[in-house]
Design a protein around this ligand. Structure first.
Ligand code: NAI
Length: 385
């Protein structure tokens, strides 16, 4: 298959601008399209600032910075994408709008041009269905901020030709990214496996076991850069609650993914986090107020056990390989260790014991041990050697 040298990006918002930058830095010629001229202008100015800083810090030579920026052409019309080897879309998260875009693109690009989507919650398969040549459609899910987060989830649709998935993995590696192959299932890898980071923390809070500050401190003590509540405040409760609700609905209401009433109340109050200066914490001039928390025994272990169980279950359901899941959580959301390697170091039986005691106490389905872990414990296996 052809290397992706001429790359089209549709949508010049947060994600599209970042993806255009990555492709240009990898040496590709990039055509960045947005229906809004203002969005294109903003994207140009932002990138110029980013590169000015990189040059200042000596991270990139000034002529290299110039040539990277010159490799990006900005236009408001799709027709310019005709010569592209691949086009990736990062427009609004709406299946009908994305489908219309792909249909227009199919009328412009060559027969073998690849159409990729940066969707984080839609079915890549459903999007491919609207195309005349669905076998050329694939998901390439970047993480925010795209130039800094190495992970790209590569998600073949049911219809995607097998060679394209392999090719996309190789191309993303050539762009300097760390790709992980994921099945086209709700939340792919990261947005599925990370759910307990938020939901179990919310449960612990709701039960009055520990405070927001203490839960955050307990997770930071494990090496996480941010605790669950400060991270939810940063992401925005509207966004985080919507992702949880989407995953919950997509899994036919599986109680493991049930959204939290506490978070819904924050959304109802419009206490959306940092962007409103109020969420679980209050902020003044972007600075978090209040005291630091204390490590509380057992809190981090409970959240981690739930994360490890979710990761193991994703392996059980063939969503991705253990290595790709560990890569995804480290390179997409900065986890200090791969969850499955971490489970190995705890001992699989130890992990099962923690989950079983939660299951016994609460009697809830959400604490059910993944069958994979039971098999592994019985056979004395680990995820990695
Ligand atoms: P954004 O709102 O920052 O940017 C979207 C851009 O697309 C806007 O500039 C808008 O003018 C343009 N646009 C909308 N419809 C268009 C069309 N039909 N033709 C041309 N341009 C159009 O959105 P953001 O955050 O960059 O997200 C884009 C996509 O990436 C969404 O599918 C989102 O789910 C996904 N995503 C977002 C992440 C994030 O953290 N923001 C992370 C990973 C994926």
């Amino acid at each position: 298959m052809k290397a992706w040298n001429k790359v089209g990006v549709v949508g010049a918002g947060t994600m599209g601008s970042g993806i255009a930058q990555i492709a240009a830095q990898a040496g590709c010629d990039v055509i960045l399209v947005d229906s809004s001229a203002e969005a294109l202008q903003r994207s140009r100015e932002k990138l110029a600032k980013v590169f000015a800083r990189l040059v200042e810090k000596g991270r990139i030579a000034s002529d290299e910075s110039e040539s990277v920026q010159q490799r990006i052409t900005r236009v408001t019309t799709l027709e310019s994408l005709a010569p592209c080897d691949m086009v990736i879309e990062a427009i609004v998260e709406d299946l009908a709008i994305k489908t219309t875009l792909f249909q227009s693109l199919e009328g412009m690009v060559s027969e073998d041009a690849v159409l990729a989507t940066n969707t984080s919650s839609l079915s890549v398969t459903a999007l491919a269905r609207g195309c005349t040549r669905p076998e050329r459609v694939i998901g390439l899910h970047f993480f925010n901020p795209a130039p800094l987060m190495a992970l790209v989830e590569v998600i073949p649709a049911l219809q995607t030709e097998a060679d394209l998935a392999r090719h996309a993995l190789a191309q993303m590696a050539a762009w300097g990214k760390s790709p992980a192959l994921a099945k086209d299932t709700p939340g792919f890898i990261v947005n599925r496996v990370a759910r307990p980071f938020y939901s179990e923390a919310l449960r612990i809070l709701e039960e009055g076991i520990a405070s927001v500050e203490d839960i955050d401190a307990s997770m930071r003590a494990q090496g996480f850069r941010m605790g669950p509540f400060e991270l939810m405040d940063l992401i925005g409760h509207d966004v985080n609650y919507a992702v949880t609700s989407t995953v919950h609905a997509a899994f036919y209401g599986d109680s493991r993914y049930r959204p939290s009433h506490t978070q819904r109340q924050l959304v109802a109050a419009n206490w959306l986090g940092r962007k409103r200066d109020r969420g679980f914490y209050t902020y003044e001039g972007g600075v978090r107020q209040g005291k630091e928390g204390q490590h509380v025994e057992g809190v981090a272990e409970r959240i981690l056990a739930m994360l490890m169980n979710e990761a193991a279950d994703a392996v059980f359901w063939q969503v991705a390989s253990p290595a790709d899941i560990d890569t995804a959580m480290q390179k997409g959301v900065n986890y200090p260790k791969g969850l499955l390697a971490w489970a190995d170091s705890w001992g699989i039986q130890e992990l099962i014991n923690i989950l079983d005691s939660l299951r016994q106490r609460y009697g809830e389905e959400r604490y059910k041990v993944s069958p994979l872990l039971r098999d592994m414990a019985r056979q004395g296996r680990t995820f990695f050697n």
